[in-house]
Design a protein around this ligand. Structure first.
Ligand SMILES: Cc1cc2nc3c(=O)[nH]c(=O)nc-3n(C[C@H](O)[C@H](O)[C@H](O)COP(=O)(O)OP(=O)(O)OC[C@H]3O[C@@H](n4cnc5c(N)ncnc54)[C@H](O)[C@@H]3O)c2cc1C
Length: 464
């Protein structure tokens, strides 16, 4: 790690925009029609759509720190159509149902872009699509299979690219081919979440920050400042869910880490290309994701230390030096012309991983408790679809609406068993990522097919 690298500070995105001033905490006991726990994309979009649909609803959002403190203010800024668990949902509910889910996700990318324009949220959005590249023979085989699968799920506009065509978009060293879809946009995560929080407040939603929820009970939300009573309580805490009493083994908090370079000079961009601002990913088992920022940096992420014992989450996003170094190595392997670029910032955040790696959304009619999450790293767009679905579920339950296209999607009402207790949880996740890293090394060394280690890891982890 360079001596000038800022490590932590929540994320690079806040180094750019500044950390927003905090809203007032909950002043004491109170009541609402809907209480939303967590002020990230899921909670804020849910408040947004509910308030738009039923303007007289009294909605309170309770946020432990400030809106956007979690993954929503730290992510890679891929607003894209991927959803965790689609293939499993195809197995459980049939291909048609899973294709409906995929279609809804494709539309969600445009929905976020639309609302940002309508609410004048400037989040540096460029809809340049998503480019996934392969740089080893085994990755190329997986890329082709992935491409076919996406096309079979209705993405007729996805394009398979040769090595030359891939380089025509982004010159990734040793890239053998790529797959590009238009269903993706580059965003500035913190600008989106901050703009959304302001929009929600302007609509008349009450937002309290510095208000950690300690326990959620049916129709009651407990905090150190007082209790909020509400017929509907919606838990929107994704990677932090393990910190809420009774939910420790629901979703595993998985770390993802990122680095951002200094702004790169024109000569380097001439070398790299990337005029279209596509979000960029690869086909490695421990995959990377990247974007070209509005001020011409590369922000790149991947799995560092994937999981902390006892489902602990971090606080200010500090990242281990060896993770920073590993990400820098990926950067330079992809783009040798960045070898001397300074890494201005490194940070990490947590996302939520369910035992079967399937995102889900639900409202329990008996208790009025709802939740959404478990997006496994594909939460930027999915949170919006989840929020519109929670809106429909609340309206349906309160007799203001019926079944909708969204409430019929196969991820609604999906329940999954809890994670194993420690130390099995820790051993399992560390073993999994050690296996993925070893498989990636074997494939980079020239192995032509997917390393068996990775297949075994997938099977054991419940990932595929
Ligand atoms: C480094 C990183 C990179 C990522 N990159 C991408 C990407 O490029 N594209 C993509 O699609 N997805 C990405 N993800 C995943 C995506 O960011 C998340 O899935 C998504 O932001 C989740 O939104 P959320 O609102 O559900 O959760 P969060 O954004 O985590 O929000 C939860 C909120 O709840 C608050 N909270 C927690 N506990 C309590 C409590 N007890 N009481 C009150 N409030 C509480 C937290 O402070 C937080 O603000 C990434 C994640 C990380 C960490």
């Amino acid at each position: 790690m360079g001596s000038t690298t800022v490590n932590g500070g929540i994320s690079f995105w806040y180094a750019q925009t500044g950390v927003p001033p905090r809203r007032e905490p909950l002043p004491g006991d109170g009541s609402a029609d809907v209480c939303v726990v967590g002020g990230g994309y899921t909670g804020l979009w849910t408040a947004y759509y509910l308030k738009k649909a039923v303007p007289f609803l009294r909605i309170t959002v309770l946020e432990a720190e400030f809106c956007g403190y979690g993954a929503s203010g730290r992510n890679g800024g891929w607003l894209y159509n991927g959803i965790a668990g689609r293939d499993r949902y195809a197995g459980l509910h049939g291909r048609e149902a899973a294709a409906d889910l995929q279609r809804a996700m494709n539309e969600t990318v445009d929905e976020v872009v639309r609302v940002c324009a309508e609410e004048a949220i400037d989040a540096d959005i460029v809809k340049g699509g998503v480019l996934e590249v392969a740089y080893s023979p085994a990755q190329l085989a997986r890329l082709r299979a992935f491409h076919e699968a996406e096309v079979a799920f209705g993405e007729k506009d996805r394009v398979l690219l040769s090595a030359r065509e891939t380089a025509g978009r982004i010159r990734v060293a040793r890239a053998l081919g790529g797959s590009w879809t238009p269903h993706g946009a580059r965003i500035h995560p913190a600008k989106l979440v901050r703009g959304l929080a302001d929009a929600v407040e302007a609509l008349g939603v009450t937002v309290h920050e510095s208000t950690p929820v300690t326990e959620i009970r049916p129709k009651h939300v407990l905090t150190p400042h007082g209790t909020v009573r509400a017929p509907y309580v919606l838990r929107c805490t994704e990677g932090f869910t393990a910190g809420i009493k009774g939910s420790k083994r629901a979703w595993l908090p998985m770390n993802s880490s990122m680095i951002a370079t200094e702004p790169l000079p024109a000569e380097v961009w001439e070398e790299i290309g990337w005029e279209g601002r596509e979000t960029l990913g690869d086909m490695a088992h421990a995959y990377m994701y990247a974007q070209r920022t509005a001020d011409d940096r590369i922000a790149l992420g991947g799995r560092g230390i994937p999981y902390r014992f006892g489902s602990r989450t971090d606080n200010d996003g500090r990242t281990q030096d060896r993770t920073v170094e590993a990400l820098r190595e990926i950067l330079v392997r992809f783009f040798p012309s960045t070898a001397s670029a300074a890494i201005d910032h490194a940070w990490s955040g947590v996302l939520g991983v369910p035992r079967d790696w399937c995102a889900s959304v639900d409202l329990d009619r008996a208790t009025g408790l709802g939740w959404a999450g478990g997006y496994v790293g594909s939460g930027v767009a999915t949170a919006n679809l989840a929020a519109r679905t929670l809106r429909d579920l609340v309206q349906q339950d309160s007799g203001q609406g019926g079944r909708t296209e969204l409430t019929a999607l196969p991820w609604v009402g999906h329940r999954v068993r809890r994670w194993e207790p420690e130390p099995l949880r820790w051993l399992g996740v560390h073993g999994l990522y050690a296996a993925y890293r070893a498989a990636d090394r074997q494939e980079l060394a020239g192995r032509a097919d997917t390393a068996p280690l990775a297949r075994v890891a997938d099977r054991i982890s419940g990932r595929h």
